[in-house]
Design a protein around this ligand. Structure first.
Ligand code: PMP
Length: 350
């Protein structure tokens, strides 16, 4: 080892899903939306003047913050925006999880959480989900340094009711509780109404899934002004200009096109319901899906082999070689045509 290498920060990075170069792939592996964003998003980009690009963007991202605040009926002081919800979540880990006690999150969850915890030297404890992948609220009662989980959960797609969430909040009023709602628009009601009762609740959402803008990298958090101020102070100590001029214009246009947003969600939920039915007919089982993906297990075929076979045939899904879930495949809901191709292949090969 070189002398200077002793001073390096060593981390095991998060592994993102594969982005194949081949355009012929049926891509059901990273929970992207199969439909493009609202056409108003491109109009907004074209309206950005060339001269505007000469200048730094607004560090407070106020047009976008105000549009999100209006859409969710909260004050702008309650909104924080970042470069995808990954950036927002990283800032939240850095800001709120400074306790010596461990932060709690489920054993089966978004695999970025332990990576941020290691990066920011946050102690953590993985709390096992029940056999059916549900969260047991009482497991979150013991003293901790904070709580974070996605709802619906990833990769299981399971949605927990507001009663479960409120049970956890009631027993965790002295720490920050983060609910990662990356997929909430495909599921039941959001925890947003709970913000009125719990000042220590932070809700994180994204434009990557329901608003079809994974490529633009826009995420946001909604919480009490005290939480948002603390996160903003950390962000301004790191990088003032996180949201580019293009992001601000396109993101604002996306939030303002409510009709398009609702229509895309309807379409994906319809395809999800039909896909669930077809998976069942082929001998797959899965937890009730709340997100834009289904977490399936076949009665006979091994997930690892099926994953490899699909991949050889240009159908990409996600496989996690991890305890408790190595029998499962996570399949993103694509267009009806993409799902037809998937099911035609499965029917032939199972
Ligand atoms: N949270 C969860 C649970 C996710 O699955 C993802 C997508 N990988 C994210 C957050 C981050 O999404 P983005 O950074 O695109 O907003």
């Amino acid at each position: 080892m070189k002398e200077w290498e002793k001073n390096f920060r060593r981390v095991v990075p998060y592994t993102p899903g594969e982005q194949p170069k081949n355009a012929n792939v049926i891509k059901l592996n990273t929970n992207e939306n199969p439909y493009p964003p609202s056409p108003k998003v491109m109009e907004a980009l074209q309206a950005v003047s060339r001269d505007r690009l000469r200048l730094y963007p607004d560090p407070t991202a106020s047009v976008l913050v105000n549009a999100i605040a209006a859409r969710y009926e909260v004050e702008p002081e309650c909104v924080f925006v970042g470069v995808g919800s990954d950036d927002v979540l990283a800032m939240a880990f850095m800001t709120f999880f400074q306790s010596a006690k461990p932060v709690f999150f489920p054993d089966i969850t978004y695999s970025f959480y332990p990576v941020w915890a290691d990066l920011f030297r946050v102690p953590y404890k993985k709390i096992p989900l029940a056999e059916d992948f549900s969260i047991r609220p009482q497991d979150y009662y013991p003293a901790n340094g904070g709580v974070i989980f996605p709802n619906p959960n990833a990769p299981t797609s399971r949605y927990e009711s507001l009663e479960v969430l409120e049970d956890i909040l009631q027993h965790n009023q002295d720490v920050v509780v983060i609910i990662d709602e990356a997929y909430i628009d495909f599921a039941g009601p959001s925890a947003l109404p709970l913000l009125k009762k719990y000042e220590n609740l932070l809700i994180v959402q994204t434009f990557s899934k329901s608003r079809s803008m994974a490529g633009m990298r826009i995420g946001y958090a909604i919480g009490s002004p005290g939480l948002i101020k603390a996160m903003s102070d950390v962000k301004y100590s790191f990088n003032s200009y996180t949201m580019s001029q293009a992001c601000l214009a396109m993101g604002t246009a996306a939030v303002e096109d409510e009709e398009y947003f609702q229509e895309m969600i309807r379409r994906i939920r319809r395809t999800r319901d039909m896909s669930g039915q077809r998976f069942k007919e082929l001998g797959f089982s899965f937890p009730e899906p709340g997100a834009n993906f289904i977490f399936v297990k076949h009665e006979r075929s091994k997930a690892r082999d099926l994953f490899a076979l699909l991949r050889e045939n240009n159908i990409f899904v996600r496989y996690f070689d991890q305890p408790r879930i190595d029998d499962y495949l996570r399949v993103t809901i694509g267009t009806d045509q993409q799902m037809d191709a998937l099911f035609a292949f499965l029917k032939k090969h199972l």
